[in-house]
Write a protein that binds this ligand. Structure first.
Ligand code: SF4
Length: 234
């Protein structure tokens, strides 16, 4: 029997990135060893067996939330691409595809997992900025974009100018490789845990983007405007 470590399954209107505003079902994996210092879902870090669910249970939750109205699923975490999740993640993706769901996966920007990325419809790939204290190497980003830019966005969390410049540097590195890609790069202002929507930081990111020639989309997290910093399943 396939089992998965699942923190939660919930329905929400997409709150960030280029799919903002689209109702969908989120399947949040439990377990992450990446350790972004400004992570706002630290409760998902433990690989705690208490979160074990069968594939049937997860699919039932998805179908109940779907009501045959919503055929989009975002797989998130935690880190759904942690090697220990991969076999069950692939089973979940196959089952969702068999039931005609559009599947987005939120990838932490530390791995390219071909056997997963080939199966899903869209990949939201993080570029980890210095404030996270985790690194997405430019070489890994290039490798990802070479194969998957036709169905991807790059997302970066921006706390300050150093984060912005680091993202801009990666953006230019990709361009310098003469790669023809229309992939969207989306910047989101960083949130401190428990913080209400940081209006000033959001405006600063917009202003930095203007100063650097408008290379990026700037998108806040609308679920945090709407529900505040603590409501998780929205
Ligand atoms: S990858 Fe995601 S869940 Fe893991 S530490 Fe970073 S932000 Fe948190």
């Amino acid at each position: 029997m396939t089992t998965l470590l699942i923190n939660s399954v919930y329905r929400a209107t997409e709150g960030e990135g280029i799919h903002i505003g689209i109702p969908q079902i989120f399947v949040r994996f439990q377990g992450c060893h990446i350790g972004c210092v400004n992570c706002d879902t630290k409760e998902t870090w433990d690989f705690d067996p208490a979160f074990t669910k069968s594939l049937d249970e997860v699919m039932e939750s998805v179908e109940v939330l779907s009501q045959d109205l919503i055929k989009r699923v975002s797989i998130t975490g935690g880190d759904p691409l942690h090697p220990s999740h991969i076999p069950s993640l692939i089973e979940l993706i196959k089952e969702l595809k068999a039931r005609n769901y559009f599947i987005n996966i939120e990838a932490a920007g530390t791995r390219v997992v071909k056997e997963v990325f080939d199966l899903v419809d869209f990949i939201s790939y993080d570029f980890k900025t210095p404030s996270t204290q985790v690194k997405t190497s430019k070489e890994l980003l290039l490798k990802f974009l070479e194969d998957y830019s036709h169905k991807a966005q790059i997302k970066a969390v921006i706390a300050d100018k150093k984060d912005f410049e680091s993202t801009y540097d990666a953006f230019h590195f990709v361009k310098s490789q003469k790669m023809e890609t229309q992939v969207a790069w989306c910047l989101t202002p960083c949130y401190e845990p428990g913080e209400v929507f940081p209006m000033n930081r959001f405006q600063q990111v917009i202003q930095m983007n203007e100063a650097f020639g408008l290379p990026f989309r700037v998108i806040g997290q609308q679920h945090k405007w709407a529900y505040g910093p603590s409501d998780r399943l929205v």
